[in-house]
Design a protein around this ligand. Structure first.
Ligand code: ADP
Ligand code: ZN
Ligand code: ZN
Length: 740
């Protein structure tokens, strides 16, 4: 068809996706003079839209149109850079839009790097890579080592892995000053990374650093190999330190040997220097990184490298699932249970779920790995839909950390620490080991109040207390982000006795430093790691044993290796035991097991202490005595009896407005028609009923089959146009919601 169109001299028509929240395509004319080289599907074109010009994506090409030709606007120009969507990627994105019932234009918007959505064309150069001078003398290196150990470290790194990009180095904890200093001394130089046409199978593996696999590991690698050219989903369920990463590495090796590419998805924080350096140390291939620390240009470069086939391995967070890959052979989703894979606004996709979709579309294997698999994946594995692999032992001779519960109702508490815990911390420090104290609440205190009249500083837009951030001298609402100075006096009674209530990590750090003045305390949370490279720096310091006491939020629960941490303390788990959210227990168990996994790597045995007011709670007891597996299987039985996911399928309709009656009425109107095999629950006020000044309501649609769910959602969207409250609310759909 394209050929025929190319040789005609008449106008043609295209339907395009435009980055607006509308569930439709828009038709434009392509004047013959613009179509001398035939336009293709997936191409980007610039079109007039209202008073603006926007970049649109061509999704269909037609010879005629049902609209009056005079009314149709023309495409202004075609984007002529070297990126266009391959048919498979185009199809993948369309399927994502269908599955999540999300406007196609917005899905493209989220999938494309910013620079490819702009009218002004970016000038993309190939990324610069850094190398060491070949004739670097021993003497030169020795001087550097003496004067600046960090520069020497950088030099050694570059010597081992010739050709690293600045973003890779940054992720490894180096800074620009170190790089500049070495360049000035002419020890290193940079050049553009070339479009390597090389086949990496011969050079891929760096010599001899592959480990001899255990029997359990070997079976997984062999099974994946057997299924290399077909879709298969593998769940690797193994405790922290059981050798999952080693399995990934050897599975990747097989794919690289076929000159195919690998996509590795990691949680936001899992993209640690350690992860990258393990890949760097194993393979002699270009690795591209894709994470929120990159700027727009770097992100585009990752894309283009992947598409050209220059990058052999792409490691990235959630949105890396949309990376175009020249010849993708394997997808790995590490820590597949992690909440960061689900996008929680606008296009609410789950990167793990669409990764499976993508693997299926490409007929390639996908590996999901976790120490605490999500109930969804676990159920699919238990039912035989996925290949289920377990790694039961820690690799080497490291033993598993033992969890003990501390009954805090029976004890005197000091700054949130029981006497038992304080003693355990003391003993750990005395042995020269490190302790990690986990508190999932950042800031100084979760609220401030007046000691006289009990006034509490609430965010007016959310009806929730402000969190005190003492260091910044601010009250910050963790729900809408609004900020306020700390009032010197109570606005209600004028008293100056305003005090923090409760404790966050910032305060804990202060109190712990005071309790253990002879040791160094470090806090790792979103606040202390805001600056680029800050997390890497803190982790390096911890690794060098510059700090003995580590305080952190769930950021610290994930993926990091702390070989000298032998005590992990969890200050408070009670919130999850009595939650309205049916997933709270699952998430609490995952967090607890993940934090526990930080303790006692290497050969030193680890200990985990969990403080609770309800140490006899059956959920805690089951988890501690029988482990996550048993706990999860029990919980799955309960979910099945209650017909909750994964034994049913849900869509969540969210609506919000300035008045509470509108969203409620809008959602209630939706429930008027029944759907076969489906039930409505709600509308009910959201858990955060008011947020950023808007009143919010939820309606859940639950179905026995996905098909019934999708049909009902489809119909509800069609009918929403006739809903009389439609224009008064903002509403959205969340398929497979995880956060109610
Ligand atoms: P996970 O990813 O499950 O946390 P890793 O793959 O990081 O586990 O393995 C934990 C530790 O055990 C690492 O130091 C790794 O080098 C080592 N290890 C993994 N597999 C083996 C093996 N087959 N033989 C010896 N050591 C191993
Ligand atoms: Zn007061
Ligand atoms: Zn607020």
């Amino acid at each position: 068809m394209t050929v025929f169109l190319a040789i005609t001299s008449t106008d043609i028509y295209v339907q395009v996706a435009i980055p607006v929240p509308m569930r439709q395509l828009f038709t434009y004319k392509v004047p013959a003079e613009l179509n001398t080289k035939a336009i293709t599907l997936g191409e980007r074109v610039i079109v007039p839209f209202g008073s603006r010009q926007v970049v649109a994506i061509v999704l269909s090409i037609d010879e005629s149109t049902e609209y009056a030709a005079a009314k149709i606007k023309s495409v202004l120009s075609r984007v002529t850079d070297n990126f266009s969507f391959s048919p498979t990627l185009l199809n993948f994105i369309q399927r994502c839009s269908d599955y999540y019932h999300h406007p196609i234009g917005d899905v493209f918007q989220q999938a494309l790097p910013v620079l490819l959505r702009q009218i002004k064309q970016p000038d993309v150069e190939l990324p610069q890579i850094w190398l060491t001078k070949t004739d670097l003398s021993e003497a030169e290196q020795a001087t550097t080592a003496k004067r600046s150990p960090k520069q020497a470290e950088l030099l050694t790194m570059l010597k081992q892995h010739q050709g690293m990009t600045w973003s890779e180095l940054l992720t490894l904890g180096f800074n620009k000053a170190q790089l500049n200093a070495l360049e000035k001394k002419q020890f290193i130089y940079s050049k553009p990374r070339e479009v390597a046409e090389f086949k990496w199978q011969e050079q891929a593996l760096l010599q001899d650093n592959r480990l001899a696999l255990s029997a359990e590991q070997a079976i997984i690698v062999a099974t994946v190999k057997e299924m290399q050219s077909q879709f298969s989903c593998h769940l690797v369920d193994g405790i922290t330190g059981s050798g999952k990463t080693e399995v990934y590495l050897q599975a990747i090796e097989q794919i690289l040997a076929r000159s195919q590419q690998v996509l590795v998805l990691v949680p936001e924080i899992g993209l640690t220097p350690q992860t990258l350096s393990r890949f760097e140390q194993r393979f002699n291939v270009p690795i591209s990184l894709h994470h929120s620390g990159l700027n727009d240009k770097e992100r585009l470069q990752t894309w283009l490298e992947a598409q050209r086939g220059t990058a052999a391995i792409v490691i990235g967070t959630r949105s890396a699932i949309f990376t175009p890959l020249h010849d993708l052979g394997l997808i790995i989703v590490d820590e597949e249970h992690d909440a960061s894979f689900k996008q929680q606004d606008s296009f609410r996709y789950h990167a793990r779920d669409i990764a499976i979709l993508r693997a299926r579309q490409l007929n390639i294997p996908i590996i999901l790995g976790s120490a605490t698999p999500s109930f969804e994946s676990l159920q699919n594995a238990l039912s035989g839909k996925y290949h289920y692999h377990r790694l039961r032992k820690r690799a080497g001779n490291a033993s598993t950390a033992k969890i003990t519960l501390i009954d805090v109702a029976q004890q005197q508490m000091e700054h949130g620490l029981s006497g038992t815990l304080k003693q355990a911390i003391k003993n750990t420090l005395a042995r020269g080991e490190q302790a990690l104290i986990f508190l999932n609440r950042r800031g100084y205190a979760p609220a401030i109040n007046c000691q006289e009249c009990h006034w509490v500083a609430d965010c007016q837009r959310c009806n929730k207390p402000y969190t005190l951030h003492q260091g910044q001298g601010l009250l910050i609402c963790h729900h809408c982000g609004s900020q306020k100075r700390i009032p010197p006096q109570c606005p209600s009674c004028g008293s100056v006795r305003i005090k923090p209530i409760g404790q966050g990590t910032e305060q804990l750090e202060e109190k712990i430093s005071a309790l253990f003045p002879d040791y160094s305390t470090v806090r790792i949370d979103r606040d202390s790691t805001r600056k680029k490279g800050a997390l890497a720096k803190l982790l390096t310091e911890v690794g060098n044993k510059e700090h003995q006491l580590l305080i952190g939020t769930q950021m610290l629960a994930k993926g990091h290796h702390f070989p000298d941490v032998t005590l992990v303390a969890v200050l408070d788990v009670d919130g999850a035991l009595f939650s309205y959210d049916f997933r709270a227990a699952e998430h609490m168990a995952q967090l607890l097991v993940q934090v526990s996994g930080r303790a006692g790597r290497a050969s030193k045995p680890g200990k985990v202490m969990v403080q609770s007011n309800f140490p006899d709670h059956p959920l805690l007891q089951d988890l501690v005595h029988n482990g996550y597996q048993h706990f999860a299987k029990q919980a799955l039985i309960e979910r099945q009896q209650a017909l909750l996911p994964p034994f049913s399928y849900q869509a969540l309709f969210r609506a919000e407005a300035n008045y509470p009656s509108y969203p409620e009425k809008f959602l209630r109107a939706m429930t008027e028609i029944p759907f076969e095999g489906c039930q409505f629950a709600g509308p009910v006020p959201a858990a955060m009923e008011k947020k950023a000044g808007k009143f919010r309501f939820h309606l859940i649609l639950q179905a026995k089959s996905r098909k019934q769910l999708h049909q009902a959602v489809f119909t509800l969207i069609q009918q929403s146009a006739n809903n009389e409250w439609q224009s008064k609310v903002r509403w959205s759909i969340d398929i497979d919601p995880v956060d109610l």
